[in-house]
Design a protein around this ligand. Structure first.
Ligand code: ZN
Length: 470
């Protein structure tokens, strides 16, 4: 279920700020102020439990996996062209002395998107090459990706996820111990992509700004960054959200912020690089590639067979805050109070190649909200949780408002929602929340809408079996 953030706010254009200068003194002051402020915005990598060397290790494994699972362009000329542009940008990417093995690969996917794995493995969809109006716009996307690498956003996000023990479980995947070594092994599958590529809006903004700086330093017209977002916006008129914004959530005033950085970069370039015949050739070549829907020999997520029916034989699971029983043909992912349970085939790959839970149950914990001990603490905390879930899943809708139920004799709230299923179509999410000393414990029961009735009694059976640790 839980997909990466998908949100699209219409790109903010600069609204003409009216400069009123009442006197020469004011003008002079403005000039001085601009002169003093003409300094680049600086960013450093955030908190991280991994070393830069581990970024490379992790990125290499994930990129090998990605290349197996994605449909690659398999066009040496296109890869060579991306590498040529990429290396020019990489040479100007501030890496704090780390020697990342930058690699650039073309993916045969018409969606306008690109991603970079930690350590410098950059993947650019053919759709991006086709949509870019000139080389500078393509370079802008790549510079944005290189900034994610330099700022180590992927492993920084993974570090936070481990600390919070949250999104990793939600993605139906692996949960590591707190040691980065163990996590590294477990994250090595491309499953990791979901965590490694889950950027926040502030990370996006940083990648935009640093990307603009890289563009300028590499001799490109830095305005191409904002222009690419405008191209994306134009491309998406009246159609679905461009995939780029699923992986790179749109920060507020994206275009405005990028343009505000330009005067701070340095003196305007005399003849900035904008386009090349190489780019135009690559664009033609990308457009001529065959359109491949799914990797041959690999069933697409939607076409994959349904999981076997839940077994009526149950096995026990004991966490620290609760114990429960679940069908013996469901696999458990995770540890402690943060687990996912899924039948074989219950975790599917969505259209972005990421693993997500389509059938099964997630148990997780959130921070309580409201006044501790207040009568409505459960209600307030549940509302907050659903708010957060909806924020990261804009397609998520409440279909039945919260109702009081009991779980192991405790007050609980039962809420039904609908969301886009990673298996295709809509899914039903039944969320049960209970306030416990450990925090807001919540159970998310997930199945595609049509299959939900067949799973309902299993979900109820599991919830009935829950015993809280006193
Ligand atoms: Zn991004």
């Amino acid at each position: 279920m839980l997909q990466r953030e998908r949100e699209w706010r219409s790109g903010g254009r600069i609204s003409g700020a009216a400069w009123r200068t009442g006197s020469g003194v004011a003008v002079l002051f403005l000039l001085l102020a601009t002169g003093a402020a003409a300094q680049r915005t600086k960013y450093k990598p955030g908190w991280n439990i991994f070393s830069p060397q581990q970024d490379v290790q992790l990125g290499l494994k994930a990129s090998e996996d990605a290349r197996k699972k994605l449909v690659m362009c398999n066009e040496p000329k296109l890869d060579a062209y991306l590498t040529q542009v990429g290396k020019r940008l990489a040479a100007k990417t501030p890496t704090n002395g780390v020697d990342y093995p930058f690699e650039f690969h073309c993916v045969n996917d018409k969606a306008i998107n690109a991603f970079a794995l930690p350590g410098g493995y950059v993947f650019v969809n053919r759709g991006t090459i086709e949509a870019a109006r000139n080389e500078a716009q393509l370079a802008a996307v790549m510079a944005h990706e290189l900034s994610h690498v330099a700022l180590r956003h992927g492993t920084s996000q993974a570090s936070k996820a481990t600390a919070a023990q949250l999104p990793i479980a939600i993605l139906g995947g692996v949960i590591g111990g707190s040691s980065s070594g163990a996590l590294l092994t477990q994250l090595s599958a491309f499953t990791a992509g979901s965590v490694l590529l889950k950027y926040s809006r502030s990370a996006e903004s940083q990648a935009d700004i640093m990307g603009t700086q890289i563009l300028y330093d590499a001799g490109y017209d830095p305005r191409a960054m904002a222009q690419f977002f405008e191209t994306l916006e134009a491309e998406s008129k009246g159609r679905a959200t461009p995939e780029f914004f699923s992986d790179h959530p749109n920060p507020e005033n994206r275009v405005q912020r990028v343009n505000a950085e330009i005067p701070r970069l340095g003196p305007p370039l005399r003849s900035p690089r904008l386009d090349s015949s190489d780019f135009q050739a690559a664009k033609k070549q990308a457009a001529a590639l065959p359109v491949i829907k799914a990797k041959p020999g690999e069933p697409s997520a939607a076409g994959a067979g349904k999981p076997p029916a839940p077994s009526v034989k149950y096995v026990s699971y004991q966490g620290s805050a609760f114990g429960m029983q679940h069908p013996d043909n469901w696999k458990k992912y995770g540890e402690g109070n943060v687990i996912s349970l899924a039948p074989e085939g219950g975790v599917v790959r969505d259209r972005n190649g990421q693993e997500a839970l389509a059938y099964g149950m997630i148990v997780n914990q959130a921070d309580p909200h409201g006044t501790p001990g207040a009568r409505d603490a459960l209600e307030v905390s549940t509302e907050q949780l659903i708010d957060e879930l909806q924020h990261s899943n804009p397609g998520m809708r409440i279909t039945r408002p919260s109702q009081h139920i009991r779980v192991n004799g405790e007050r609980a709230l039962s809420t039904y929602l609908s969301n886009v299923s990673p298996a295709g179509g809509q899914e039903k999410d039944w969320i049960v929340t209970v306030l416990r000393p450990e925090g807001l414990l919540y159970f998310v029961c997930v199945a595609p809408e049509g299959d939900f009735p067949a799973y309902e009694s299993t979900f109820e059976g599991i919830l009935d079996s829950v015993r809280f640790t006193r």
